[in-house]
Design a protein around this ligand. Structure first.
Ligand code: THU
Length: 140
């Protein structure tokens, strides 16, 4: 795990702010995310749905906002959930985020003060990224 910087804690504060907006009437598990990209911060919260599978995670909400603003490279992401230990991004979010920099910094927090920082690559090694699609497929 990596040392925690002031910038990490600042990004986490934006994630905590977003967590307040979470719509989680089914799980009761509120999640907030903040992405730092292109010098700006983009927030997201989980938005659940009566058709449970239609739920959107906080990280993907933040990623959508960052891309909408023209960013396709993310420097870092912060995630905060209602868990006691720092909340880690789910598998689908790890894949989704890897599209925009497999080595981005990931800052994680929970209900307590304890914060963890690592790179996405550490959480999600060997991500399937666009390079695989660019490889020669003519021999099929
Ligand atoms: N959730 C997120 O928003 N991000 C994650 O990475 C983990 C899970 C949300 C989805 C659902 O609304 C709730 O947490 C419980 O799974």
């Amino acid at each position: 795990m990596t040392d925690i910087s002031k910038a990490d804690l600042a990004l986490l504060a934006f994630a905590r702010e977003a967590q307040e907006k979470a719509y989680a009437p089914y799980s009761g598990f509120r999640v907030g995310a903040a992405i730092y990209a292109g010098g700006e911060i983009f927030q997201g919260c989980n938005v659940e749905n009566a058709a449970y599978g239609s739920t959107v995670c906080a990280e993907r909400g933040a990623a959508m906002a960052a891309v909408l603003a023209g960013n396709t490279f993310f420097d870092s992401v912060a995630v905060v959930g209602d868990s006691q230990d720092p909340t880690v991004p789910c598998g689908a979010c790890r894949q989704f985020l890897a599209e925009f920099n497999p080595e981005m910094r990931v800052v994680m927090g929970g209900r307590e003060e304890h914060v963890q920082v690592c790179t996405l690559d550490e959480l999600f090694p060997e991500a399937f990224v666009r390079g695989y699609l660019d490889q020669d497929v003519s021999s099929r």
